[in-house]
Write a protein that binds this ligand. Structure first.
Ligand code: ADP
Ligand code: MG
Length: 275
């Protein structure tokens, strides 16, 4: 991206998108299915630069599928996904690889390399994508580890770490290439409330520092309120924008109310209860 884009980010684009800004990610009429089982149907979505988008929904509702489809890792059966105005499906392998460098992804369960220590895990994407001297590599890796409070854990392998440390290491690796768009798949999963809170703070601080557009999945409504600009509910094969934390809380949609109140009975579970 050009430096003017970076400057714009530094001057902080407002969280609320305006009609004048072009979307950084756009989905139109997207249907994703696996073995004829439809997970998402006719989904439209626009995400603008510097937003913090939070995806909520029941387990198995399609949040990870939506995230990976936005990131160009899954191709939809119908419709298109554009990143910076380019359709993922129309890019050559090389262009796709180039564009993917602007995109960081922290995967659910972190997907770390078990046989590599923390330093080597973060160094991996840097070695893969760019030429750096040993010194430059060390500086960048340590910057990333420091950003997630892991600078003292550089020699530890994932199995020697707590769940929270592994989640943070996944984030350190995802930000190594200074992504402009950062996807996070349930970064507070498996964390106790205190560490979940710390993680949410860390993500918000990270956002201030790196100025990226964030798309975060969470199953935890309290975290969603803490982190969100705009919230989207994923479920029922569709994606429903519920707006800000306040707007989500006062949503009139019974599915949203069931989810945020954590009720066992309601429209989201009626099919299951009936069987
Ligand atoms: N690679 C895949 N192949 C087949 N089915 C998949 C795949 N990924 C996800 N699914 C299915 O899509 C649905 C949504 O899954 P997922 O996006 O992982 O849910 P969530 O992240 O909201 O818990 C599930 O029924 C799951 O089994
Ligand atoms: Mg998931």
């Amino acid at each position: 991206m050009t430096s003017s884009y970076k400057n714009k980010i530094k001057n902080s684009i407002p969280e609320t998108p305006t009609q004048k800004t072009s979307p950084i990610l756009e989905m139109a009429n997207v249907t994703v299915a696996f073995n004829n089982e439809v997970v998402l149907k006719d989904v439209d979505m626009k995400i603008f630069p510097n937003e913090t988008i939070v995806l909520i929904g029941l387990s198995g509702g399609g949040k990870t599928v939506l995230l990976k489809t936005l990131a160009g890792l899954y191709d939809p059966q119908q419709g298109y996904v554009k990143c910076y105005g380019y359709k993922w499906s129309e890019l050559s392998v090389i262009d796709r690889h180039d564009l993917a460098r602007k995109v960081g992804m922290q995967f659910q369960k972190s997907a770390l390399f078990d046989e590599l220590n923390a330093f080597e895990n973060v160094a991996y994407p840097l070695k893969e994508h760019i030429q750096l001297s040993d010194e430059q590599l060390k500086v960048r890796v340590m910057e990333c580890l420091k950003a997630v409070d892991l600078e003292k854990a550089q020699d530890l392998e994932p199995h020697e770490m707590s769940g929270g440390m592994r989640q943070r290491l996944g984030i350190a690796r995802a930000i190594a290439l200074k992504p402009e768009i950062l996807f996070m798949d349930d970064p507070t999963a498996g964390l106790d409330p205190i560490n979940g809170d710390k993680m949410a703070d860390l993500i918000l601080n990270l956002k201030k520092e790196i100025g990226a557009t964030l798309i975060i999945v969470t199953h935890d409504i309290a975290r969603a309120y803490q982190m969100a600009g705009r919230i989207f509910f994923v479920g029922d094969k569709t994606v429903i924008e519920t707006g800000s934390a306040e707007a989500t809380q006062s949503s009139l949609d019974p599915r949203i109310q069931q989810f945020i109140q954590g009720r066992v009975q309601g429209p989201l579970t009626s099919a299951v209860i009936a069987t």
